[in-house]
Design a protein around this ligand. Structure first.
Ligand SMILES: [Zn+2]
Length: 300
């Protein structure tokens, strides 16, 4: 059964003047329900992740300032929206949704989080709409609980997974792979175990070609027993922040290829959404829904 973490707090509105698209988080499950791709019992509402689990990934100084809403204004600006108790709770809940998703993935081969993919958050900083790094928190949880020994993080969001790269830079049990626009945010990149920076304007064939030439080999070499997939749809040509030029079809083919590799190698996968900033919200929601539909078709 396809299990999907979602809670109404995911779409908690930002203060006036902030144009980050929170709306997509309620539109994605609504659209999937409307089309009959999922039923209400596919969705589960995650609880709050405990502090001791957060502190395996994030430094206490940073987490305490986040929790107590005392993060300096300059560091709040780096996140991109002002701190509030609800927005912090939202991130804490999303992180638990990703951990729970891992547990479901062990049973059902795959599970989703409607949000997450907050890959710009490093061990002691938040950045680019990310405060806590959900997949990093979940990866550390799997390692600490002896549920996984070798983890591969496949980050195909258009932006580099700089926070994830930094968190695991000295952790040989987690292999970080990021394929992203070379000239995109963040301007100062960290070093993933494998970075593939792409030039501006890359289209469907080149993107899919690079992925197909890389991922099977990577899985063969690393032999992961768990995979995290960050399926950002800011790779679309319509995206106003990304600089690549993928069609919706190619974005769907990308997801399909990743899932086929997970299936062929019998590796459970947890999927978080990541970015999507097309001017038409329909483009964002369609592309994210395609990721769910592709999984539903292949797995269930
Ligand atoms: Zn992104």
């Amino acid at each position: 059964m396809l299990k999907i973490a979602y809670d109404p707090i995911y779409a908690h509105p930002l203060p006036e003047g902030h144009r980050f698209p929170m709306l997509k988080y309620e539109l994605i499950p609504a659209q999937l329900l409307h089309e009959g791709v999922i039923k209400a019992d596919n969705l589960f509402s995650p609880n709050l992740v405990s502090e001791d689990i957060i502190l395996k990934t994030h430094e206490p100084g940073y987490w305490n300032q986040l929790r107590d809403l005392t993060l300096p204004v300059k560091e709040q600006r780096r996140i991109g929206f002002p701190l509030s108790a609800r927005l912090v709770e939202r991130e804490v809940r999303i992180a638990k949704g990703t951990i729970d998703g891992c547990m479901f993935a062990f049973d059902h081969r795959i599970a989703f989080n409607v949000a997450g993919g907050t890959h710009h958050a490093g061990s002691n900083w938040g950045e680019g709409f990310c405060m806590l790094n959900d997949q990093a928190i979940a990866a550390n949880y799997l390692l600490d609980s002896n549920l996984a020994k070798s983890i591969l993080i496949i980050d195909l969001d258009v932006h580099q997974g700089n926070g994830t790269a930094q968190i695991f830079e000295n952790e040989p049990r987690v292999f970080t792979f990021s394929m992203h626009g070379a000239n995109n945010f963040p301007s100062r990149k960290e070093k993933s175990d494998l970075d593939i920076p792409l030039p501006d304007g890359v289209e469907d064939d080149v993107f899919l070609g690079v992925l197909k030439n890389t991922l099977p080999q990577l899985i063969k070499q690393q032999k992961p027993d768990f995979i995290f997939y960050l399926a950002g749809v800011d790779v679309l040509k319509t995206d106003k922040l990304g600089k690549l030029a993928l069609s919706k079809e190619a974005c769907k083919a990308r997801d399909k290829f990743v899932f086929e590799q997970c299936i062929a190698n019998k590796i459970p996968v947890q999927v978080s959404m990541g970015g999507g900033y097309s001017p038409q919200i329909k483009d964002i929601v369609d592309a994210h829904c395609n990721t769910f539909k592709t999984a539903a078709d292949l797995y269930f």
